[in-house]
Write a protein that binds this ligand. Structure first.
Ligand code: SF4
Ligand code: SF4
Length: 717
């Protein structure tokens, strides 16, 4: 069961004249439908997961419009889907998280860009860059440059974002270039409104099928010798056509200001932060009116040289506000100014940091340098006062603390089925010695944080098994590769398993089979348990294994001979299986499937079911764990083995003991790991298991009454 997007789907149905209110990424989704998109695909990932999630759940409505929606196996398959636009007048959109997704998709993107497209092709990428990013810090811009794809970077205003989707399709069709539309995290989540239009049912669609395929045309293949011609077309026809369209349709925005001898050229996506920082210098008002003229690049590639030159001519100084490195835009502008012998002084990375997110404060610092050179006086003083005030407030907070705040790394959800495996792995390594662990992308990457700190490398989504191939032949002890079921299907099966089997590698692979692509928002996979599982009672599910054996049967089909499926909460059994895998005489690929449903999904699934039972007055049992504070000796081995956020410490109630005792706070979901760990690691007997019974049976009430009376009678008065 995935999160329900029923409300969002209603927004997609808005008609001409109605007002859309909501988040940026949903506005983009609506804009796709208004543009007559015929097919949509993608692979989930922050911050654009919402687009595909909503589209997938809106399937009945998409069928009404004739729009095909495909939840692709990975970004490469999503990019390849755009092949439909090479021959046919079909508008297509795909989406993924960048830079990682664009890396995976790049082969197909190169081969799409070379022949070019006939139908508009739009790639909506979540530019996951900056303070909230979860991936390596690189820029999608590089791909636009190398493959000759237009790059739109719309100003984070819903009306502008929607327009750029519509224009993106037209730009793509006019220039035959695929268009990337990059959305930073803040743009995806910015809220606002725009006046909706009717959705457009595509002329060719799943409801209006093409009679015949296109005729054979070798020019449409990314194959030599026509690739030589295609390269020329990029430079001689496509990029000039794109530039003309960008200039004619006014895709970039020119905003005048009273200091006409200065200028700021900004990536569209940074506009809001720029204006907010200009406000701190007293150089803009709250409505976005800037005193310094702005050239807002809603299209950052290709630039329109005449437009940039016209903007710069006659100005004393221009600063380019471009986030990330290298500074592609600034370099291009420097070149075009030099070639035209325009003497305007150009700034950018000399005043702004080379790397990192351009937050309002960072921008204000850079603009202060710019203002100091060209507008000395009140603007600089205002900015310094604001920046100093921020610094003083931070210093004041720091001064009140006796020591720095402890680092609080992210962790597994409470009750996550993956945590017990790391507990078992910790114990196993105590027995056999440390092993090289190739980690991967997914929730299990939380195992790289305290208290586990496990994982030597992360080379990409589903790449763990492949990434140990150079290590394991050099290592006396076997290496371990960890991947999730999401990673397994995304890439791991082919790059890792196939290769290890083909080379007869002596390797150990542990696959977390939690049923969903959890880290990206618990989307379904081919191995997600079916609807029968969703309707199963919670107690049956807890004991159920092998609810969907697609992973196991795939592995067996490929020839994996050493294969074990172990429930993750059976810590003792997991420990024994890991030990067996590391010490077994079998020298081929050994795979442990660690089965345990994602707790987040489980809670979502059982919540309505439990609410229904309670409503009917039926008996419901919740399990909680606790620590007997009189028994706890305060060594905290349980905490070091588990890392569960609800297993923590409190002051020792015994005045003769100084060490704090362990305690279980509210929020414990009763996953049972505490008990399993205590048993597997032979810890102290402080843990107890309590059952909270709602709507108990009559005999349970009676028994509880008698027991309570007995306990009271035995206690001293
Ligand atoms: S989302 Fe699911 S798999 Fe991920 S940490 Fe939470 S419970 Fe574990
Ligand atoms: S049983 Fe233990 S590990 Fe599980 S949720 Fe409760 S405190 Fe956390």
């Amino acid at each position: 069961m995935e999160v329900s997007f029923a409300r969002e789907i209603e927004s997609l149905r808005l008609r001409q004249g109605q007002t859309f209110h909501g988040e940026g990424i949903l506005a983009i989704t609506k804009a796709l439908l208004q543009s007559g998109v015929a097919y949509v695909g993608g692979y989930q990932g922050a911050p654009v997961s919402h687009l595909l999630d909503v589209m997938v759940q809106a399937k009945p409505y998409m069928d009404e419009l004739g729009v095909h929606v495909e939840a692709c196996a990975n970004e490469a398959s999503a990019a390849a889907m755009l092949g439909a636009s090479i021959h046919y007048p079909l508008r297509g959109a795909v989406t993924w998280k960048s830079i990682v997704g664009t890396n995976v998709a790049s082969d197909a993107l190169s081969n799409l860009s070379s022949p070019g497209v006939k139908g508009g092709a739009l790639i909506v990428v979540g530019e996951d860059y900056g303070e909230g990013a979860s991936v390596i810090q690189e820029r999608t811009h590089a791909y636009a440059l190398k493959s000759s794809m237009c790059l739109l970077d719309p100003r984070p205003d819903l009306g502008v974002m929607v327009r750029m989707v519509e224009e993106g399709f037209r730009l793509s069709e006019t220039s035959n270039m695929p268009c990337l539309l990059e959305l930073r995290i803040r743009a995806c989540h910015v809220r606002g409104s725009f006046e909706a239009k009717d959705n457009v049912a595509p002329a060719v669609s799943t409801r209006a099928l093409m009679e015949n395929p296109a005729g054979f045309d070798y020019m449409k293949l990314a194959h030599p010798p026509v690739t030589f011609r295609q390269e020329k077309l990029k430079g001689e026809e496509r990029i000039p056509a794109a530039r003309n369209y960008i200039a004619e349709q006014g895709l970039n925005e020119l905003m005048p200001g009273k200091h006409a001898d200065l200028g700021i050229i900004v990536q569209g996506g940074l506009y809001n932060s720029l204006v907010r920082s200009l406000q701190q210098l007293g150089l803009a008002d709250a409505f976005g009116e800037s005193d310094i003229p702005l050239l807002v690049l809603n299209v950052t590639y290709p630039l329109v040289p005449e437009q940039v030159a016209d903007f710069c001519i006659g100005k004393r100084g221009v600063i380019v506000v471009e986030e990330g490195q290298p500074e592609y835009i600034e370099q291009e502008i420097a070149t075009l100014l030099r070639r035209r012998d325009i003497q305007t002084r150009l700034h950018g990375k000399d005043m702004l940091p080379a790397a990192g997110e351009y937050s309002v404060e960072v921008l204000a610092q850079g603009l202060t340098h710019f203002a100091a050179s060209y507008l000395p006086g009140p603007a600089v003083e205002a900015a310094k006062r604001w920046l100093d005030g921020n610094r003083q407030r931070r210093d004041a907070v720091a001064a009140q603390l006796h020591k720095p705040l402890p680092i609080r790394p992210p962790s597994f959800c409470i009750g996550c089925p993956e945590r017990p495996v790391f507990s078992a792995l910790k114990m196993t390594q105590q027995d056999i010695g440390p092993v090289h662990i190739a980690a991967d992308i997914g929730c299990h990457a939380f195992g790289t944080f305290e208290p586990f700190s496990m994982g030597h490398s992360i080379l990409g989504y589903g790449m763990s098994l492949a990434s140990r191939a150079g290590v394991s032949p050099m290592m006396q002890r076997r290496t371990l590769s960890i991947m999730g079921d999401g990673g397994f299907w995304h890439n791991g099966l082919l790059t890792g398993v196939q290769s290890a089997l083909f080379n007869n590698d002596d390797a150990v692979l542990l696959i977390f089979k939690n049923g969903y692509s959890s880290a990206t928002g618990t989307q379904n996979l081919i191995s997600t348990p079916g609807s029968a599982f969703a309707e199963m009672s919670a107690s049956r599910v807890a004991s159920q294994t092998h609810t969907n054996t697609t992973i196991e049967s795939t592995l067996q089909g490929l020839g994996v001979q050493w294969l074990r499926t172990v429930h993750t909460y059976h810590v003792d059994q997991m420990k024994a299986t890991l030990k067996d895998a590391f010490t077994s005489d079998y020298d081929g690929l050994k795979v442990i499937v660690a089965e345990g449903e994602c707790q987040l999904e489980r809670q979502r699934r059982i919540k309505p079911w439990i609410a229904n039972l309670l409503k009917k007055g039926e008996r419901v049992v919740r399990v909680k764990y606790g620590v007997d504070e009189d028994v706890c000796n305060g060594d905290h081995a349980c905490i070091r083995l588990s890392g569960c956020p609800t297993l923590t410490i409190k002051d020792n109630p015994d005045p003769l003991k100084v060490d704090p005792v362990a305690t279980v706070i509210d929020g414990c979901v009763g996953c049972g790991l505490c008990g399993e760990n205590a048993h597997a690691a032979t810890l102290c007997p402080s843990f107890y298991r309590a059952e909270v019974i709602q709507n108990p049976k009559w005999y349970e009430r009676l028994f509880e009454g008698v027991r309570g009376a007995l306990v009271r009678a035995l206690q001293p008065a």
